[in-house]
Ligand binder design. Structure first.
Ligand code: GTP
Ligand code: MG
Length: 186
């Protein structure tokens, strides 16, 4: 598989214009959006990951096999970010989701240890209200023991069926690819 970074930008006029379908990765700061992209393409350093929440501030486009884009969106909900730039992010994400006609599917990523947070539920409702198809991912599942995992997945199921995922063990990569492939019939 060939995965290449194409562009990082917060200006809609600079989004790719070749019309390929896009898979969006959404979630709170630090849940592991960039790590998930790296795990899916099997390239550790492709999407920039960090211990510092709020690292991905622009919308980053990765072209996959010349067939589709993985779109790494800025995380939301990080308390230390100033209010002004929080609004800017929200506006940027909302603009992308609302206006992007090539958006084909979204992954809403939750930290399995925390489950649904208020902003995640807001986003879920927003996606549903606009008939955007999406999958929910329970990330960092490696950090839970069996009992915690069962409880976590059960709690997440209250609102949607999650795909368990770990960037450390690779668990869930196959299922997530299946979801993407099914959507695009590559
Ligand atoms: N144990 C474990 N750690 C993970 C996993 N996924 C990500 N991490 C770690 O969590 C931290 C944040 O990961 P990122 O992929 O940068 O998260 P992000 O959602 O892209 O963060 P922002 O771009 O800041 O919104 C990093 O230290 C990763 O190594 C996982 O599945 N398991
Ligand atoms: Mg990131």
């Amino acid at each position: 598989m060939k995965a290449e970074f194409v562009r990082g930008t917060s200006h809609p006029e600079q989004f790719p214009a070749d019309g390929l379908p896009e898979v969006a990765f959404l979630g709170r700061s630090n849940v592991g959006k960039s790590s998930l992209i790296n795990a899916l393409v099997g390239q550790k350093g492709l999407a920039f990951t960090s211990n510092t929440p709020g690292r991905t501030q622009s919308i980053n486009f990765y072209r996959i096999d010349g067939k589709l884009y993985f779109v790494d969106l800025p995380g939301y909900g990080y308390a230390k970010v100033p209010v002004a730039s929080k609004n800017e992010w929200a506006r940027l994400i909302e603009h992308y989701l609302q206006e992007r006609s090539t958006l084909s599917i979204s992954f809403l990523i939750l930290d399995a240890r925390r489950g649904w947070m208020e902003k995640d539920l807001d986003l879920k409702m927003w996606l549903e209200s606009r008939n955007h198809p999406y999958f929910v991912i329970a990330s960092k599942i490696d950090k839970l023991n069996q009992k915690e995992e069962r409880q976590s997945l059960q709690a997440i199921r209250e609102h949607a069926e999650p795909l368990p995922f770990s960037a450390v063990t690779g668990r869930g990569v196959r299922e997530i690819w299946q979801a993407i492939t099914k959507t695009h019939q590559r």
